[in-house]
Design a protein around this ligand. Structure first.
Ligand SMILES: Cc1cc2nc3c(=O)[nH]c(=O)nc-3n(C[C@H](O)[C@H](O)[C@H](O)COP(=O)(O)O)c2cc1C
Length: 358
């Protein structure tokens, strides 16, 4: 599935990778510290993305598989909320509580928490469990100074002792599995993910996701599969490989090279929420314009229903820009959509522009 752009601007899968990754796709069991297990249907997951993996988008990624009607694979196997502040939950901040909204159709859902104080994080995790989380993920990857200056996010990678304390406190406060998502390292090019992963495992983590970049790289430059491989070789719990997976060939390479137990996809799902379904179902056929229109319409409906029409349509703008990227009339479509006030108007413009060339 090498997404190549067709003349109508839609990406089509052309390589043979999808058929080959089938042997790496399987359910994954995540064990909680208290001994209960969460079995997720498959090991291809939607990454946490701040400002993007909100409830409407998570529902949509799940629903794409159902709409395509392909063989029961409920892609992706696990979806993640964006990072939620433990302190925000502690002080009962509205924003934090809103980010923890979930629906049965997206389950299982993992809610991601960030912070640096074990007690506050444990309390926050318990609130997220109460709100419906099926798993808790601890953020040890965020590179943004506003977060790292409080010793949160990727800054935790400097301190394995604190990592073990945090994971242990959070695991002890909930009955669901606790996972950790980390980068390669915090300072310069000093790789600390192996020590960090061992500390997380000792604290009771059920799985570790590794994004093979240093904090200073943010989201550019080389993403190291070797870092994922080294963590995989060091720990006994499942390891999820993350970073720059946008085709089945890249998914295959991550599985084959690192021996990882699952993969996580973030940016490649923007404007392509069907990527999980395509990977899991060896679906070489790109969605046709009618299907893309149906997916966009559903996304607009979810956004309107769960966020209210005004905020929902504001949030939809970036998604619509991603959906229409590369299409012949993308700029015009974007301009018109950005001016649309209602969900109905937005749907009508999307229909007109996307189906115009059919
Ligand atoms: C806009 C944006 C927001 C992100 N927000 C989060 C977040 O809230 N929590 C987190 O652990 N990682 C976050 N990430 C990192 C992604 O989850 C992922 O690790 C990274 O993008 C690499 O994977 P990809 O190449 O598949 O996108 C974010 C990345 C981007 C681009």
């Amino acid at each position: 599935m090498n997404f190549e752009k067709r003349s109508d601007g839609i990406y089509e899968n052309t390589d043979g990778g999808a058929a080959l990754i089938k042997k790496y796709v399987h359910p994954l069991v995540l064990k909680s510290a208290s001994g209960s297990c969460l079995t997720v249907g498959n090991n291809i997951w939607l990454a946490p993305l701040a400002g993007i993996t909100d409830l409407p988008f998570r529902l949509l990624c799940k629903q794409c598989a159902r709409m395509a009607g392909g063989g029961g694979d409920d892609a992706p196997g696990l979806v993640f909320t964006e990072m939620i502040s433990a302190k925000g939950l502690h002080y009962k901040g509205n924003n934090s509580i809103l980010l923890a909204e979930s629906e049965p159709e997206e389950k299982p859902v993992s809610m991601q928490i960030f912070g640096s104080e074990p007690d506050i994080m444990a309390e926050g995790a318990a609130i997220l469990e109460e709100a419906g989380a099926n798993a808790i993920d601890i953020n040890m990857g965020c590179p943004v100074p506003k977060i790292t200056s409080n010793s949160e996010g990727s800054a935790l990678l400097r301190d394995p002792v604190l990592i073990e304390k945090i994971v242990s406190a959070v695991s002890g406060a909930v009955h669901i599995p606790v996972t950790v998502k980390m980068r390669r390292g915090f300072e310069g090019e000093k790789e600390t993910c192996v020590e960090a992963a061992l500390a997380a495992e000792a604290g009771g983590a059920a799985a570790i996701t590794v994004h093979g970049r240093f904090r200073e790289q943010y989201y550019s430059g080389k993403c190291s599969r070797d870092a994922v491989k080294r963590v995989k070789e060091a720990v006994k719990i499942p390891v999820i490989g993350n970073g720059d997976i946008a085709s089945s060939r890249q998914a295959l390479e991550m599985f084959e090279y690192t021996g990882c137990d699952g993969i996580m996809i973030g940016r490649a799902a923007l404007g392509r929420p069907w990527i999980f379904y395509s990977l899991l179902n060896e679906d070489f056929r790109a969605p046709d314009p009618n299907e893309i229109y149906r997916i966009i319409k559903l996304h607009i409906e979810y956004a309107s229903e769960h966020m209210g029409e005004e905020r929902g349509m504001r949030e939809m703008r970036k998604h619509l820009a991603w959906y229409t990227k590369g299409m012949p009339n993308a700029a015009e479509t974007r301009n018109r959509i950005f001016k649309a006030a209602t969900a109905e108007e937005t749907i009508n413009i999307a229909r007109e522009c996307i189906l115009r060339n059919v």
